[in-house]
Every structure is written in C-alpha cells, then in structure tokens.
Design a binder for this molecule. Sequence first.
Ligand SMILES: C[S@@+](CC[C@H](N)C(=O)[O-])C[C@H]1O[C@@H](n2cnc3c(N)ncnc32)[C@H](O)[C@@H]1O
Length: 259
Amino acid sequence: MPNNIPKPTTKKADQYDEGNYNYLHYWAGRDYEHASEEMAIRRLLKGKHFKTAADIGGGYGRLCIFLKNFADHVTLAEPSRQQLTIAKDYLKDHPDIDQVQTQADNLKLADKSQDLITVIRVMHHLPDPTSEFKEFKRVLSDDGYLVLEVANYAHARNRLKHLLKGKRLPTDPVDIRSQENRRDDEIAFVNHNPRTVIRHLAHAGLRVEKVLSVSNLRSPRLKRVIPHAVMLSLERIMQSTLAPAYFGPSIFLLVRKAK
Ligand SMILES: C[S@@+](CC[C@H](N)C(=O)[O-])C[C@H]1O[C@@H](n2cnc3c(N)ncnc32)[C@H](O)[C@@H]1O
C-alpha cells in the first residue's frame, strides 16, 4: 500500500461500542438503500445456494435473515459488543443464526469453512484491507463467493467535482471525515477507489467476477419526491448499466478465489 493513506483501523474494532449508539436507528428512512443492497445481493447470487455463509462486520444482523435465502447456515461475525447486544434482540426469532465476536483481520472461523462471505459497509473502516483480504481468502471454501461492498470515492458526483477543479481522482483511500470533526485517536472513515480495491483483491489471490453500482439515487430530495417503487425500478436498471462507470456511492463486487 502507498504511504499517504489515512491512519489504519484501530487494532480493536470497537468504534460502534461508544455510548448508547444504536445502528438500528441509522436505518430509519433508508428503506431505499436497504432494498437496493438486498437487490444487488440477490442479483449477484442468483440461483445459488450454499451450506455456510458468514456476514463479516454484520452489525446487528441487518442482512442475516435475508442471507438465510442463500445458505443453510448463517453466522453473524461482528467485533462490536454493542452491535451483538442489539443483534440478540433483532435476531431473537432466528436462533439458528450463530453470533461470533470477531474482527475481519483475525476471524474466528476455520480455514475454508464458508461458502459465502458478505462484507457490506465495512470497507470504510479498512483503509488498508491487506490482512482482511488474506483472512477472507483463508476462510472461503475453494468454490466460495465473497460479496464485497466498497464505499466508492469515484462516484459520479465526486468525479464531476474533480473534473471541474481540474484534479485527478485519487487512487488511494480518502478519509471522508472533515478534519475539524476528527480527533487524533479517531478511526479513519474512508472511501475507496474501486479500481484500487480490485487491484488489491487480485494481489490477495481474489478475482472479481461481477460488479454492480448500488444506491445510485441516494439523495434525500429524490427519496422525498419519487415513489419508493419507482426508485427501485430505476435502481434495477441502473445497477448493471452504470456498473462499468462506477457511478453510484456503493459498489458491490462478486469475488472468487483466483484459480
Ligand atoms: C456501518 S456498520 C455495517 C453493518 C452491517 N454490515 C450492515 O451493513 O448493516 C459497520 C460494521 O463494521 C464493523 N467493523 C468495523 N471494523 C471492523 C473490522 N475491522 N472487522 C470487522 N468488522 C468491523 C462495525 O463494528 C460495524 O458493525
């Protein structure tokens, strides 16, 4: 990795343990984003069913119940004690979903034990995901799939901003917390250039099979004026057509082990 990237993740990924923060509340008013993400996962995994799946950095388990459509056995693998406390209640009707307190650079999961790994909205906590990518490869079965979501710095609006200022788009991860809001001890919150992420995956022996551009219409104003069903119909078209341009704020990658 280059030297000028933001600070790496704190050794212990406990940033969601602060105060009484409840990540469930973050999702109020974000039905469009949630549905767009499920749509993307459904498209990437179309027709597939696995024995085992692990949602890494899965928070309180927002996607775990949905993942049961794709695997006989789902594990929520999450470092935050507070997220896991919320999960106890959120997943109370799904005792078959295992909950493991663990973080992505040292997963408490056996070698080749998972046929599917999902890592959604976690990359913005990983400025240098080298050790995490190594772990994903280790726990993935030989024919397994990784669905990796990338917080996309190269989205259309940023690209336009850079163009208008005559600046090149950075290839290194960018800390998107404003300087004045960031304390020295605070964890980096980064957006990535998807091309760089794809290169790092290749370096870790992981190859990208499919790309989708997701949450393309993420905008409070649009969500207010356009009916939800229409937003999702547009999203359905945009996810694949705009993928080659890395248009949206969130890029979903379907990844496999390189042969
Ligand atoms: C924005 S939340 C997303 C939660 C869930 N994936 C979702 O999409 O609803 C980010 C999650 O990543 C977890 N996280 C942060 N750093 C991590 C790391 N190094 N390894 C694994 N998980 C991490 C946090 O504890 C938090 O639950």
